[in-house]
Design a binder for this molecule. Structure first.
Ligand SMILES: Cc1cc2nc3c(=O)[nH]c(=O)nc-3n(C[C@H](O)[C@H](O)[C@H](O)COP(=O)(O)OP(=O)(O)OC[C@H]3O[C@@H](n4cnc5c(N)ncnc54)[C@H](O)[C@@H]3O)c2cc1C
Length: 470
C-alpha cells in the first residue's frame, strides 16, 4: 500500500471549489460499517457525485493531491472491499448515478448507471416484459456497479452465469480520471484485449464503473421444489441426474443444512418449516421455461424417478406464486439468520462438483477436531460448486467468546479447499479480508500479473488502497 495523503477538511475545501459544493460531506452512520457489523470504516469524508464527469474530476484531484478513493455502491459487500480499514481515503458513493439510460425493445439490452439498485433494475425489466436474472438476497440494496465490480453470483448462475456474463459493455472512470467509453451492446467483439472483463471482478481497484450495458432475457414461468436428502452424496447424484435431463431448464440448485433451518426458526425469521425437519440436508431446485404446465409435469416425473432411486426423500413443489415465494424465502433468509446468530468464521468457497461431498465430510471432521461445541451451517449454490461454509458458537454463546478459534478454523478450511483444488473466494471477492489467503494460495505467476496490471492502471495506488493487495 503506497503512502497516501489523508482526506481532511482542507482537501474537501479544495474539492468543493474545483468540482461542486454539494457533493462532499462527512460520512454518515449508514456508511460506517459493513453488513455483518464487524468492521468500522476509517474514512471520514464521502463524495456523492451526480454524473460521470464529477467522478472523473474526483479521480484527477486524487492523483494530483495523492489521496485514496474507495468506490462504494450498495455497501453489501462481505469482504470489506467497500470500506477502508486503514488510513483516511475519500469514500466515493455511486448512489446518485441511478438512471436507466436506455432500454432497447429489439435486443433487450438495457443501459444503466452504476448506482441503480439491483431490485429496481429487475422491476424495470419486468415492466418491459423481460427479466434481468441476477438474483441475490441483498438485491434490495446492492447496485449494478457493485455487482459488476464483484462479479456477483447468486442463485441463477446455473442458468444465466455470473454478473460478468450479463454485461456487454462498460463506461469506466480510470484511476487517472480518463473516461473509458465501452458501453456497447455487441454480442461479438474480438477487437483486441477485453478490458471490460478485466474491470469486472476487480473490486474497484482498476477503475470506477459509472454505467453498464446489460443483457435482459424473456420472462419464464418457474417452479421451485424443496426436498430432503440423506447425504450430500445423494444431492450431487440428483444434480447430475436432473442436469442431464433438464439441461437449460434447470435454473437453481441450492443446498440447505438443518442448522440453517434451526437458525431460521430460533431467530423467528420463519414460523414453521413446510415439511418434516428430520433430515440433515435439503435442496431447493428451480426449473423454468415458457410453458409452466408441461414443466411442472416433467419436473414432477423426474423427481418421482429420483425418489424411486432413493436420491431424495420428502418433496414439495410450488403450485402457485405464493408457495413459490414462501419456498424461496427459506433460502433467502439464511444469510440474515446467520447474521443474527453471529458467526465465528465465514467461508465463501467453490469446489469441483465431484469432490464437494468428500470436502463436506472432511471439513466437518476438521471442525469437530478443533471443538465439538462449534456448529456448522453449510449451504449455498451447490449446482455451481459454491458453498457458504460458516462456523458458529454453541447455542446461547456469543461469537466473541469463540473468536479465538477463528484463525485455526480459517487455516484448516482454506488448506482443505486448496487440497481439493477449490477456490477460497467463489463469489464475494478478496477485499480487505481475504488478502492473506489470496497471497498464500494463488499461483505466483497469476499474482505477479495481477500486481503488474494494478501498477499499469493505477501507478499511484490511489484506487481502493488496501483492497486485494497487501
Ligand atoms: C444478505 C446478503 C446476501 C448476499 N448474497 C450474495 C450472493 O448470493 N452472491 C454474491 O455474489 N454476493 C452476495 N452478497 C454480497 C454482495 O451483495 C455482493 O458482493 C454485491 O455484488 C455487492 O454490491 P454492492 O453494490 O453492495 O457493492 P459494495 O458493497 O458497495 O462494493 C463492493 C465492492 O465493489 C467495489 N465497487 C462498488 N461500486 C463500484 C463501482 N461503481 N465501480 C468500481 N468498484 C465498485 C467496492 O469498492 C467494493 O470493493 C450478499 C450480501 C449480503 C449482505
Amino acid at each position: 500500500m503506497k503512502n497516501l495523503v489523508p482526506v481532511n477538511a482542507k482537501i474537501i475545501e479544495i474539492l468543493r471549489k474545483e468540482i461542486s459544493n454539494e457533493i462532499f460531506s462527512i460520512l454518515d452512520e449508514k456508511y460506517k460499517f459493513e453488513p455483518r457489523g464487524n468492521f468500522q470504516n476509517t474514512a471520514i469524508y464521502i463524495a456523492k457525485p451526480i454524473n460521470t464527469l464529477q467522478v472523473s474530476k474526483i479521480m484527477i484531484n486524487a492523483n494530483a493531491i495523492g489521496f485514496g478513493v474507495v468506490p462504494y455502491s450498495g455497501g453489501s459487500g462481505l469482504v470489506c472491499g467497500q470500506i477502508s480499514l486503514k488510513g483516511q481515503p475519500l469514500l466515493l458513493s455511486l448512489e446518485r448515478l441511478d438512471k436507466i439510460r436506455e432500454f432497447s425493445p429489439v435486443s433487450g439490452v438495457v443501459k444503466v448507471e452504476a448506482g441503480v439498485v439491483l431490485s429496481d433494475l429487475k422491476k424495470v425489466s419486468k415492466a418491459h416484459n423481460r427479466q434481468f436474472p441476477l438474483s441475490l438476497a441483498s438485491q434490495g440494496s446492492c447496485m449494478i456497479g457493485g455487482n459488476l465490480a464483484t462479479n456477483a453470483g447468486g442463485v441463477n448462475v446455473l442458468k444465466y452465469g455470473n454478473a460478468r456474463d450479463l454485461c456487454y459493455g462498460l463506461e469506466v472512470v480510470m484511476p487517472d480520471g480518463k473516461i473509458l467509453n465501452d458501453l456497447n451492446d455487441l454480442k461479438k467483439d474480438n477487437s483486441g484485449y477485453d478490458i471490460k472483463n478485466l474491470i469486472i471482478g476487480s473490486e474497484g481497484t482498476l477503475g470506477v464503473i459509472t454505467a453498464a450495458s446489460l443483457k435482459t432475457f424473456p420472462l419464464t414461468n418457474n417452479v421451485v421444489a424443496l426436498m430432503s436428502v440423506n447425504t450430500t452424496r445423494e444431492a450431487v447424484k440428483l444434480y447430475s441426474f436432473l442436469s442431464s435431463k433438464l439441461e437449460f431448464s434447470l435454473h437453481a440448485f441450492e443446498l440447505i443444512n438443518i442448522t440453517g433451518i434451526k437458525f431460521l426458526i430460533t431467530t423467528g425469521l420463519i414460523k414453521t418449516f413446510p415439511i418434516s425437519t428430520s433430515k440433515n440436508w435439503w435442496l431447493l431446485v428451480e426449473v423454468g421455461g415458457a410453458e409452466q404446465g408441461d414443466l411442472i409435469e416433467s419436473f414432477q416425473k423426474l423427481l418421482s424417478q429420483a425418489s424411486a432411486l432413493k436420491m431424495i426423500d420428502e418433496i414439495i413443489i410450488s403450485q402457485n406464486s405464493k408457495q413459490y415465494n414462501d419456498i424461496w424465502k427459506i433460502r433467502e433468509l439464511i444469510p440474515e439468520a446467520n447474521r443474527l446468530v453471529g458467526s465465528v468464521s465465514n467461508h465463501d468457497i467453490s469446489l469441483p462438483l465431484n469432490r464437494i461431498s468428500a470436502f463436506i465430510e472432511r471439513a466437518g471432521a476438521e471442525i469437530l477436531d478443533i471443538s465439538e461445541e462449534l456448529r456448522i451451517n453449510c449451504f449455498g449454490h451447490m449446482g455451481d460448486g459454491n458453498l457458504h461454509y460458516n462456523i458458529f458458537p454453541p447455542a446461547g454463546k456469543s461469537k466473541d467468546e469463540y473468536k479465538f478459534y477463528q484463525r485455526e478454523i480459517q487455516e484448516r478450511v482454506n488448506n482443505l479447499v486448496h487440497e481439493f483444488k477449490g477456490s477460497i473466494s467463489a463469489e464475494h471477492g478478496i477485499g480487505r479480508l481475504k488478502r492473506e489467503e489470496l497471497y498464500k494460495y494463488s499461483d505466483p505467476i497469476k499474482l505477479d500479473l495481477m500486481k503488474s496490471i494494478k501498477d499499469l492502471f493505477d501507478p499511484n495506488g490511489i484506487l481502493n488502497p488496501g483492497s486485494i493487495f497487501l
